[in-house]
Ligand binder design. Structure first.
Ligand code: MSP
Length: 509
């Protein structure tokens, strides 16, 4: 079980908006999970990318006065350069306009058509362009799309349909049998509720006369496929392209609650029709709310990751996002709260500990580590970090990143208290007590080393700076779980302190 490979995916982002907070959050979660599991020896592949076909993109391109492909090239490039600039890693970036993806979608369509699960029919329905899907009357709230708050457009035309209803019962039974298929549980319950009503069939095409910007159906050149059928298949087409099909079905799809239905209903039934096993887990996060309501360009409250990095440093932004949001629930974004976390937890908690310890190391021992000694209070410090590691591992497995960080910062509090209680700065006034001072500081350097390792998935830049200050190149931090007291070879020296997190005094309005 614990050696299974892991395949993490983010949603493919529409190229009608530039990278903002929401895109950043889910991509960050993918980055954290990949770093975390790799450090624990697991094989990991991560995928992200852009969703480039459909009405929305065609409209955005027209508004910008360029061809859809040129528009998609620019915005897709912006996603890649932004992730690069903020240090998010991923193994592959897929674009739904990539030739291999287009060919894959066509072959799956041909296959499902040949098996009889795609049919031609006429349809009249309520369509939301924002969601790129038809709505059933009962899904609307006061007659408008609950997400975009617009009255859907009535569209009547002849189209191709995927016989989704044929798989409803199998999907329901699977979801009953596999409680961990959709997490957190509230979202699984939402989907089970959806499945109590008939889900109907899925319209999967658009006539080219209405929309040409899509993938042409292999069995009718007058039509292109509907966005979701195209976009969802990316999770498999990428693996096929990379020659990594052994990673299917190890997929953990990270998505926001806005796209739950396509991922929890359309996607598994498409997989069933294509004869493929279902993904491992659908991990659904909540939304970031802004104080002034929904984040939007017109309100001018769009949070751009590069602005946040420039203002506070990327690690402080990462910390805030991961510490503030309970995965699955909504959270409110506030720069005031971000600055409080930065000054409180990061500068006072972690930064202060590192600078005190490294400063004393310099002052008393020119940085050179002294031997450990068996003392009862020291054991409590070790135990606090061992406990933090256990808790952190369990919480990350549950996607409770806020709890994982809380556990680690509890141990850091403990370390700060240990400094006060053992008072090495007082002991050092008596020459005879210097061996004890050396032992205390060695304990604290171990605490900082373990912190660097445990914090790496969340705050990678801090981890490597901390490693450097401790006198290690980052790769030499050693294995996670290296016994306490064995990390520093004889004569090893730490470096003089440098502030890890300068405090921020002014909070922008
Ligand atoms: N293209 C589709 C997804 C296709 S997946 C095969 C799409 N794209 S999107 O650009 O709109 O991105 C949606 C995702 O961005 C959400 O599911 C969520 O992960 C993230 N977020 C966008 N806005 C968000 C917030 N305000 N808060 C948190 N994340 C949200 O849907």
């Amino acid at each position: 079980m614990a050696t299974e490979p892991l395949y993490f995916t983010t949603p493919l982002f529409y190229v009608n908006a530039e990278p903002h907070l929401g895109h950043t959050y889910v991509t960050l979660v993918g980055d954290v999970l990949a770093r975390f599991w790799r450090a624990r020896g697991r094989t990991v592949l991560t995928l992200t990318g852009t969703d480039e076909h459909g009405d929305k993109i065609a409209q955005a391109a027209a508004a910008a006065g360029v061809e859809p492909k040129a528009h998609a090239d620019r915005v897709s490039g912006l996603f890649r350069s932004t992730w690069e600039a903020v240090g998010f890693r991923y193994d592959h970036f897929i674009r739904t306009t990539d030739a291999y993806h287009v060919a894959f979608v066509r072959s799956v369509l041909a296959d499902i058509h040949a098996r009889g699960d795609i049919y031609f029919g006429s349809y009249r329905g309520l369509y939301c362009f924002g969601c790129e899907r038809f709505y059933q009357e009962r899904e609307l709230v006061d007659g408008v799309c609950p997400d975009h708050r617009v009255v859907p457009t009535v569209i009547a035309e002849e189209n191709y349909f995927f016989r989704m209803s044929a798989y409803q019962e199998r999907l329901r039974a699977t979801l009953e049998a596999r409680p961990a298929l959709i997490v957190p549980e509230g979202y699984r319950n939402e989907v089970l509720a959806l499945l109590r009503e008939p889900i109907g069939d899925l319209c999967i095409s658009r006539p080219k006369s209405r929309l040409a910007w899509g993938i042409e159906l292999p069995f009718d050149e007058r039509y292109v496929t509907y966005v979701w059928f195209d976009a969802l298949l990316n999770y498999v087409s990428a693996l096929d392209h990379l020659g990594r099909m052994e990673l299917w079905p190890a997929a953990h799809h990270l998505i926001g609650k806005d796209i739950l239905k396509p991922h929890a209903v359309f996607w598994p039934t498409i997989l069933m029709a294509a004869g493929l096993p279902l993904f491992q887990r659908l991990c659904v996060h909540g939304h970031w709310q802004m104080q002034q309501g929904k984040m939007s360009k017109s309100v001018g409250n769009v949070v751009r990751p590069l602005d946040m990095k420039a203002r506070y440093g990327m690690d402080a932004f990462r910390y805030y996002l991961l510490r503030e949001m309970a995965f699955g629930q909504d959270a409110e974004f506030s720069e005031t709260a971000l600055v409080q976390r930065l000054n409180g937890d990061l500068a006072n908690g972690l930064g202060n500990l590192a600078s005190r310890v490294l400063a004393m190391q310099q002052r008393y021992f020119a940085g050179v580590l002294r031997p450990l000694a068996p003392e009862a209070p020291d054991e409590r410090l070790r135990a606090a970090f061992a406990e933090a590691r256990r808790e952190l591992d369990a919480h990350v497995a549950d996607l409770a990143f806020h709890r994982a960080l809380e556990a680690l910062f509890r141990a850091l509090d403990h370390a700060n208290k240990y400094v006060v209680e053992t008072a090495p700065f007082t002991l050092a006034k008596d020459e005879a007590r210097l061996p004890r001072v050396g032992a205390i500081l060695h304990e604290l350097c171990e605490a900082l080393r373990v912190t660097a390792q445990l914090v790496e998935p969340f705050l990678p830049e801090t981890a490597s700076r901390l490693a450097g200050l401790l006198g290690f190149p980052p790769v030499r931090l050693g294995e996670l779980g290296l016994p306490w007291g064995t990390a520093f070879p004889a004569g090893h020296a730490t470096r003089p302190p440098e502030p890890l997190f300068p405090r921020v005094e002014v909070v922008p309005e």
